[in-house]
Write a protein that binds this ligand. Sequence first.
Ligand SMILES: [Zn+2]
Length: 53
Amino acid sequence: MAKRKPFVKLQCQECKRINYFTHKSKKADEKKLEIKKFCNWCRKHTVHKEAKR
Ligand SMILES: [Zn+2]
């Protein structure tokens, strides 16, 4: 049986676009990710949060 890697989408909180995909570790599974990343649409660093699948 193939094991599916859990991955999450990271969504810019300003323009609501999905900019990044990242793998989620099992330990972080319960926590919602919140990472500051550069958004190509906002042209600046914004907070990216995990988007619901
Ligand atoms: Zn943005």
